[in-house]
Write a protein that binds this ligand. Structure first.
Ligand code: NAD
Ligand code: UDP
Length: 332
């Protein structure tokens, strides 16, 4: 009886001394990687998600962990969260296919979700990090994009629910810092890929790899001359945790991305080669407002975080191809 009591007290003491971190959108692609790394770093991790675009499978390997807790909740509505030291706010659909399916909901998630998580941060005096996006630069007229660039966004187009939603989220975060002294960080993430993306995610790398592995036509939108700069998930997670650990007076925004820039046609050719595929390239109409070019200026991240991406596109694609091959085998 006494031994049990001592063990119980010790376990409570351990939980009390552990830093508690909330990850909203923790069952999504990036969120699930982040939860895993934070657990490895010794945090008590609370993952909040409503499975809008995430899935149980992404976090099933964490469910048995004593230091992991899952809350099924829609962040558009307030949640009476217990004490937390830090919040990573990721909850938001990120693939154009998904965020355009219900644009009103997307905007509510960005705006009302931000108010709700900032309320939690204010209540518990927690540090809070927003995963913003390179989309806030829109179809950029400055190349590469530094954080000082205000962007070229169509406020009434099909992508606006996401682009303007995130721009508004950045505003709300800054105002909570200025008015309520909440300790915030804003990270502008550039196109990120890796294991954990869903088969029906709809973003370019997962689409092309699945098509290539099945020797189906590779669907290039437009003539494929538009560019993107692709970052592997491990580099992003390292960048996010470094930003969270900066001193309180560093708010960002800060770009986290890989500056190696490729056209979408080059990307398709890389994937066909790496996957030993017989797929053909086919050309479909370019979606409206699709940015023509995108490449992060990462000078600030290099200087402030001593961070640079380490994983090349070649290396990242190889890992991703192996992952999707296994997925296809396991679901057939
Ligand atoms: P994702 O769609 O895989 O993950 C988003 C997660 O948020 C999902 O698990 C989803 O179910 C959850 N979610 C959505 N709405 C919610 C709500 N109302 N309440 C609770 N949970 C909700 O996308 P991702 O690629 O992992 O992106 C994560 C974050 O990073 C997003 O905020 C996104 O805007 C940002 N981001 C991602 C990229 C990228 O290239 N992956 C680029 C820029 C920014
Ligand atoms: N794209 C494409 N084929 C696809 C999916 C996307 O050519 O099957 C293009 C898309 O038009 C864009 C780029 O690839 O120019 C990146 O698209 P994604 O949806 O991954 O992200 P975005 O950066 O546009 O948000």
């Amino acid at each position: 009886m006494i031994i049990c009591l001592v063990l119980y007290t010790q376990s409570i003491a351990l939980h009390v001394s552990m830093k508690r971190v909330l990850v909203t959108g923790g069952a999504g692609f990036i969120g699930s990687h982040l939860c895993k790394i934070l657990l490895n770093k010794g945090y008590y991790v609370i993952c909040l998600d409503n499975f809008l675009t995430g899935c149980r499978e992404n976090i099933s390997h964490l469910m048995g962990n004593d230091h992991f807790e899952f809350l099924e909740h829609d962040i558009v509505y307030p949640y009476p969260i217990g004490y937390v030291d830090e919040i990573y706010h990721l909850a938001c659909p990120a693939s154009p296919v998904h965020y355009q399916r219900d644009p009103i909901k997307t905007m509510k998630i960005s705006v009302m979700g931000s108010f709700n998580v900032l309320g939690m941060a204010k209540k518990h005096n927690a540090k809070i990090l927003l995963t913003s996006t390179s989309e806030i630069y829109g179809d950029p007229l400055v190349h590469p994009q530094p954080e000082s660039y205000w962007g070229n966004v169509n406020p009434i187009g099909l992508r606006s629910c996401y682009d303007e939603g995130k721009r508004c989220a950045e505003t709300i975060f800054m105002d909570y810092n200025r008015q309520e002294k909440v300790r915030i960080k804003i990270v502008r993430i550039f196109n990120t890929y890796g294991p954990g993306m869903l088969r029906h995610d709809g973003r370019v790398i997962s689409n092309f790899i699945l098509q290539a592995l099945q020797n189906k036509d590779i669907t290039i939108y437009g003539d494929g001359s538009q560019t993107r700069s692709f970052q592997y998930i491990d580099d992003l997670i390292e960048g996010l945790t470094r930003v969270m650990n900066t001193e309180d007076d560093f708010l960002g925004p800060i770009n986290i991305g890989n500056p190696s820039e490729f056209t979408i046609k080059e990307l398709a050719e890389h994937i066909i080669r790496h996957a030993n595929s017989h797929s053909r390239l086919v050309y479909e109409p370019l979606p409206k407002d699709d940015p023509k070019q995108r490449k992060p200026d990462i000078s600030l991240a290099q200087e402030k975080l001593n961070w640079s991406p380490r994983v090349s596109l070649e290396e990242g694609l190889s890992k991703m191809i192996i992952h999707f091959k296994n997925k296809i085998i396991n679901t057939n």
